[in-house]
Design a protein around this ligand. Structure first.
Ligand code: ARG
Length: 588
């Protein structure tokens, strides 16, 4: 289906043409004076120069041609030359009928589907997720869902941090505790045990202890460096132990991500491409892209137009060790070979901006990607506390994501039980679901690049621009629909009607924006646009609900029309929150 604005623009273009002007002048947009009109066209002003005529005259002539238009009920030329427009109710009804009939409410992309890899989550093995990981996970998940919705093929990859010094630290920490493990016997050639020699809680103790110890104990630091080197260069026992660290971590990470409705297709990590590094390095050297500078192997990536210094991309350190860069580049090579994606999207903290400039330039220069491959980095802002500083626990420590989730669930449970008749068990279940929506919506409703303040009380409120408010709206609609069914009405059969009040028309018009919103959210990687739409739609519905008696309406046809409008509203809201990454309960 075409977008409503495009249909209106077509109609307007015809009117310009009929009046003897260029039809390209007929671009229609949403009114910026909603008190005066629903849509507007500023084409007469642009045409004035082209045709050496007063804009008011052009607007007047075009308005005349619109008399009897099937799309416009009103077209008024107003000084200095605007066309103020109102859409015909019959036209809106027809459009909504199309939305109701077509899959995805008539969404049509008109573009060839892309294959996209989204690299998100940002987790590192052996380290618990903290509040900083929330954004990468929920923004990435939403972009994955939005792109799938509009017909793109998407592969979500967790790209775990499992290659660097933290691996050597954990391995050395394990060795201190259990020196006799077979993994450390370099003469051993048999199979390694299936069972990991530690649990996730052990790892959670081992990593911070080892990390603290290396700062005070140079000998331990050297040992960890050596273990990292052995692990990276493929010493059997070290690799096998590294694999166990990864397994145990992934199991725990999976649970945490699942509680936020985040699911990856691939759990690859930096280590997945460890064995591609030597090949990639040889290739870069052979082609003359990489050279030795102060002992390190680097690729120059500065460009003449740079206003800031862009240092060379380091491929290998002087001791031959690989870096964060190296595995990222090898991962690009691997992804191109295995999947030939049209685009790779990365989500990280915005402080990694220079890093991704270097990596992308290096990948292009060394031809790891084709010229058409889009490499997109989305840098997100920080989650701050009310003091404007990065969000911490009450005692000033790092806030674990698990704690943040459970605190939100507890607060939601308290609010749900307050003034509601619900068993504790149901309240618990509903609270968990609403809490996740509160967190996800609280995050996604902000533009990704901006910092935001984590405000538990606001996020979990049933009023205002919040997840619970959106869910509450959906639940309210569901309850009206089920009451209608209880009264003997057939929800599915209810036919749409021409809106006849301002509130009804406003809700109907709001719905027509769905396609344009989904499209721009996808094009601009901007889930916050869907949040804004969902909030406006919920507000339009709630306004309608307060203005109009729905279930007590005596005219059955009219009532059925309300029901059809509500059903469409609920369905659109449901798909929208689905691509944001959460669901609505039946009651709350
Ligand atoms: N693990 C990294 C970190 O903690 C984030 C990974 C982001 N993805 C990437 N391909 N570099 O900062």
């Amino acid at each position: 289906m075409k977008k409503l604005l495009d249909l209106l623009t077509e109609e307007m273009g015809k009117a310009f043409e009929a009046a003897g002007y260029d039809k390209a002048l007929g671009k229609v947009g949403v009114s910026n004076r909603p008190d005066l009109c629903e849509f507007q066209c500023n084409g007469a002003m642009a045409g004035a120069k082209q045709y050496h005529k007063a804009p008011m005259m052009i607007a007047g002539e075009v308005a005349e041609k619109l008399a009897g238009s099937r799309a416009f009920a009103e077209a008024a030329a107003v000084a200095p030359g605007f066309l103020n427009l109102k859409v015909r109710e019959s036209f809106v009804k027809e459009y909504l009928e199309g939305m109701r009939r077509e899959p995805k409410f008539g969404y049509e992309s008109g573009k060839a589907p892309k294959k996209i890899i989204i690299d998100y989550g940002g987790a590192n093995v052996a380290k618990p997720l903290h509040v900083g990981h929330l954004r990468s996970a929920v923004i990435g998940e939403s972009l994955k869902r939005i792109n799938r919705y509009i017909g793109n093929e998407v592969i979500g990859d967790a790209h775990l941090g499992d290659w660097g010094l933290q691996m050597g630290l954990v391995i050395s920490g394990v060795q201190e505790r259990q020196p006799d493990l077979v993994y450390f016997d370099e003469t051993y050639t048999g199979e390694y045990p299936k069972e990991a020699p530690f649990t996730i809680s052990d790892l959670e103790e081992i990593y911070p202890a080892a990390s603290a110890k290396q700062k005070e104990d140079p000998q331990f630091h050297a040992k960890a460096m050596e273990a990292t080197y052995k692990f990276q260069s493929g010493v059997r026992g070290y690799r096998a132990l590294g694999e166990k660290i990864r397994e145990v971590s992934v199991e725990d990470l999976r649970k945490n991500y699942q509680s936020l409705n985040v699911e990856f297709d691939l759990w690859n990590g930096e280590s997945s491409v460890g064995d591609l590094i030597p090949e990639m390095v040889d290739y870069m050297k052979e082609k003359g892209y990489a050279y030795i500078s102060e002992g390190a192997l680097v690729v120059d990536v500065k460009e003449d137009t740079d206003t800031k210094e862009v240092p060379p991309c380091m491929i290998l350190k002087s001791d031959g060790a690989s870096l964060y860069n190296t595995t990222d580049l090898a991962t690009i090579l691997d992804r191109m070979r295995q999947y030939q994606p049209d685009q790779i999207i990365y989500l990280t903290d915005k402080r990694q901006d220079l890093y991704f400039v270097q990596v992308f330039r290096c990948a292009r220069k060394t031809k790891l990607v084709t010229p058409e491959t889009e490499l997109t980095w989305i840098g997100f802002g920080t989650v701050n506390g009310k003091d404007g500083k990065p969000f911490k626990t009450r005692s000033g420590g790092v806030m674990r994501l698990e704690t943040l989730i459970s605190d939100t669930k507890a607060e939601m449970y308290r609010k749900i039980l307050e003034g509601r008749e619900m068993s504790e068990e149901e309240a618990r279940k509903v609270a968990d679901q609403v809490a996740v929506a509160a967190l996800i919506y609280g995050d996604l409703s902000n533009q990704a690049s901006k910092d935001y303040i984590f405000d538990l009380d606001r996020f979990t409120s049933f009023e205002g621009d919040t997840g619970p408010y959106i869910l509450y709206t959906i639940v309210r609609i569901k309850s009206i629909l089920s009451k209608y069914a209880e009264q003997g009405g057939a929800v599915e059969k209810a036919a749409l009607r021409e809106p006849d009040s301002a509130a009804e028309k406003a809700l109907a018009l709001q719905l027509t924006a769905f396609q344009a919103v989904m499209e721009s959210a996808a094009e601009e990687n901007a889930p916050h646009k869907i949040c804004a739409f969902v909030y406006d739609l919920a507000n339009s519905f709630n306004h309608f609900y307060h203005e109009v008696k729905i279930l007590t309406e005596e005219d059955e046809k009219k009532k059925a029309g309300f029901i059809a409008l509500l059903t469409l509203t609920k369905d659109v809201l449901t798909d929208c929150i689905g691509v944001l990454g959460f669901e609505a309960p039946d009651r709350m």
